[in-house]
Design a protein around this ligand. Sequence first.
Ligand SMILES: Nc1nc2c(ncn2[C@@H]2O[C@H](COP(=O)(O)OP(=O)(O)OP(=O)(O)O)[C@@H](O)[C@H]2O)c(=O)[nH]1
Length: 182
Amino acid sequence: PWAELPENSASCVDFKMKTIEVDGIKVRIQIWDTAGQERYQTITKQYYRRAQGIFLVYDISSERSYQHIMKWVSDVDEYAPEGVQKILIGNKADEEQKRQVGREQGQQLAREYGMDFYETSACTNLNIKESFTRLTELVLQAHRKELDGLRTRASNELALAELEEEEGKPEGPVNSSKTCWC
Ligand SMILES: Nc1nc2c(ncn2[C@@H]2O[C@H](COP(=O)(O)OP(=O)(O)OP(=O)(O)O)[C@@H](O)[C@H]2O)c(=O)[nH]1
């Protein structure tokens, strides 16, 4: 993937790979952490295009970061693929004494956008594994649906082609030697 990186992206995109287990299956995930600052957005938006799952993250100790989520959602809607899976994250849950955004506010916003919601902490590891596993699960589910749809369509088309072939066949020897009953 490095060959496809836009120029100057080193300072605004961090990349990691990780293997996690979902439903007993080992899944290797690529994690792209894009910078939040406005000045990098021409570059970072280009990464949405190939995303399958996205975490929209605010900081529970910053009302401003929470207000920004609407803007992130509209960017994601504009630049990410249609079936992209999204989860809302309220990070820094360990900073209870500095909290400016209530847990219910997070839940409410997530409900409005039809997303799952977690409060996390990168310091205490709260819900880190859970949220990554959930997002991976959602991505796998979405792809399974897509695959099932393709499979159904393919088998319908095959059945239709067989039917057409059958109907198009010239009448066989049994019919051609049929006695006339009239
Ligand atoms: N207490 C606490 N601090 C955190 C947590 N997560 C990140 N931080 C701190 O918050 C600061 C910003 O973290 P970053 O990971 O740089 O945040 P970011 O959203 O990636 O920043 P940009 O993408 O560059 O805008 C750092 O000082 C981190 O140590 C957390 O869960 N709890």
